[in-house]
Every structure is written in structure tokens, then in C-alpha cells.
Design a protein around this ligand. Sequence first.
Ligand code: ATP
Ligand code: MG
Length: 403
Amino acid sequence: MSKKIAIPAGDFYQNNSNLKWVVLVISVLISVGSIYYTNVLVEQLKARERQQIQLFAKALEYTMSDLSNENILFVTDEIIFKNNSIPTIWITRDGEYQYRNIKIDSSLSESRKKRILEQQLKSMKASYEPIQMTYRDEQGNEDEYGYVYYKNSFLLTQLISYPYIQLSVIAIFGFIAYLAFNYSKAAEQNRVWVGLAKETAHQLGTPLSSLMAWIEVLREDNEMREKGVVEELEKDIYKLRIVTERFSSIGSVPVLKRENVIALVNTVVNYLRPRVSSKIKMEVHVMSEEIFANVHAPLFEWVLENLCKNAVDAMGSTGTIGIKVLRGNDGKVFIDVSDTGKGIPRSKVGMVFRPGFTTKKRGWGLGLTLAKRIIETYHKGKIFVKSSEENQGTTFRIVLDVV
Ligand SMILES: Nc1ncnc2c1ncn2[C@@H]1O[C@H](COP(=O)(O)OP(=O)(O)OP(=O)(O)O)[C@@H](O)[C@H]1O
Ligand SMILES: [Mg+2]
């Protein structure tokens, strides 16, 4: 007897999902950190821009006030012309206005220019409190002169949106990389499946044909024939031929044929019934005698066998396996395989179709992976856990198109 190597499949999936969480948490931390840091920079830059505008307003005040002398004017001009990044509009008490750092095409009509400025002013009013300018005469009397409005410089606006743009680009890139990785992983798995299946079928073929020749030799021997050896051997060879056919079908593109699903279900049940414990009942419930679908019989039977074997494993010594074949209203046929076994814990339902997932000592965790591949890739159908209740039982559903 061959000894199986224990593959800690459970650990693998556990680690894999832990890793996913670690990556997710780190990504969130990096995103939050980078947004927080940019916000700190943005606040500092905002404060600096406000100081700059306050100085700008002061400079304007000096230029307007009667106190101004040539020297101060020179300095204030320096300050005023230094502001070449923050969009600014200043309006005097009489409603006269001037602006800086707002691009307006000089060829535009006066009314169009005015409209643009009004729009700008509106967005400035929404951004920040304006800075008041005070007029001071020679006697030192103060009077309200006007207001300076401004909004964020182009640099600041860019800095505010920068981390979001950067993170979105990284997220999109990450998503594409993830898809590409998954795709190449699936393609690789596909090659392994197909190659292994073809090789198995090929290797089984040679001893099988020689066995068939030996049977002919045994048939000549009266003693052997009388003991029923030939008959038993023929049954085993028949089963071996089915296995070979299954492997060779899964290794190539199987040709689907219109088959009566109910007849196939009965074939499998009749084959399995004498082979499972007599305390396990197998029931088939059908509404009609015939429901046709395009299937590859050997592969479809393999799926049913896998589901029934899992059902037997889940039940232990006693229980009932029920197979229902139903016809849906939308041109579908449902094949429900139910058992009265231990059920699948809710947290594991999403994992049962993954290759290598098993809770059995001697399981490979391939039965359902194979079933999914056969139903979904070759038959364009669906297979899923319809319901499962712990210690009550499980129902798997296969959905195919009626033809
Ligand atoms: N009817 C069921 N009731 C309860 N658990 C089930 C049932 N069918 C599948 N499972 C769970 O899903 C797991 C995966 O099933 P799958 O048939 O893919 O592999 P396996 O039966 O463990 O091994 P093998 O490769 O020999 O089939 C099982 O180990 C079991 O935990
Ligand atoms: Mg199984």
C-alpha cells in the first residue's frame, strides 16, 4: 500500500489569508500615512500663503495711504510684484478692482473678462476670509479702504490632490498586477492538470491492453471460467477503462453529447449502491423520466461519484444520500446531491472547491476541484454548495442547460 504524504493544506490557506490581511493593513497604513503627511504640508503651506497675502495687503495699504514716500513705495512694489503664484483680487471701497495671477485672455470682450473675474471672486470668497485694507491719512485717522480676496496657489491645489491621484494610480496598477498574476497562475495550473491527466491515461493504456489480452488466455482455461475469475476480472477491467477514459477526457477537450441526465444519475447510483455500507440509503427523486442536457457522460458520472463519496465520508456509518433532478423554469436542470452528514462550517464553505483543501486524513482535496472544473469549464454549468447546516447535512447543486 502506498503511503500518502500529509500536505498541511489547512495551514496553507490559513497563512495565505493571513498574508492577505497583512498586505491590506500595510497598504491602508501607507495610504493613511501619506495622506496625513501631505495634509501637514498643506496646512503649513496654507499658513504661509495667508502670511504672504497679509503682507501683500499691507503693502497695498501703504501704496494707497498718503503717508507713502518714494522709499517705502519701492519696498512695497517689491512685495506686490513678488506675489506671482497666489490668485488675488483686491477691491476698493468704491468698487474698483484689480487682480494678479489670474489668467485672462486679453482678446476676450470686457463683459466676458468681468464674468471670469466674478467667478474667480466667488470661489475666493468660498475659500478664505478676505483681508481688510485700512486707509490712513496724515492725521492718523483710519478708514476702511477695501478687501483683498485670494485662493490657493496652483502648487497648493496640486499638493492637496496629489496623494489621492498617487494612491489611485498605485491601486489601479496593483489591481492589474493582481489580475495578471491570477491569470498566469490559472494558466499554469491548467497546464499541470491537463499534462498530468493525459500522462496518467497514457500510462494506464499499456497495461490495460495487455490485461485484455490475458483475459482471452484465461477464458480458454475451463477451471478459471468455472470459478468466475474471468467475469470478476472483466468487471475490474471495465472500471479501469472508465478511469482511463476519464483521465484522457479531462486532458483534452471533451465532446459533449445530448444525454438523459436522469439515466446517468441512475447509472451512478446503481454502481455505488452495492459498494457503500448497507446502512447508507441512496435515494433518487425525479419529476419526470427524461431531462436532456449536453454532457460528457464519463466526466459527468465522475462528478456525481465524487459528490456521493464526499457525502458518504461526511455521514460516517449511517445516513441518507438523496439525489434530486429538477427542471427549472428558465431552461435549466438542477441536480441536487444532499446528505445527512456533519455539514460544512460556514467559514469553510468558500474553500471547499480550492485545490488541496481537505479536512480528511486521507484526502487529497481534489475531488471538488475536479468537479468544478468538469462542470464549469467543460459543461459551462455551475456547481456550488446550495446549503449546509452543521450536523444536519449538506446539499451540493449542479446547474446545466436543458437541450
Ligand atoms: N458533503 C459534504 N459534507 C461535509 N463536508 C464536505 C462535503 N463535501 C466536501 N466537504 C468538505 O470539503 C473538503 C474538500 O472536498 P474534496 O472532495 O475536494 O476533497 P476530499 O474529499 O477531502 O479529498 P479527495 O481529493 O479524496 O476527494 C472535504 O475535505 C470536506 O471537508
Ligand atoms: Mg472528495
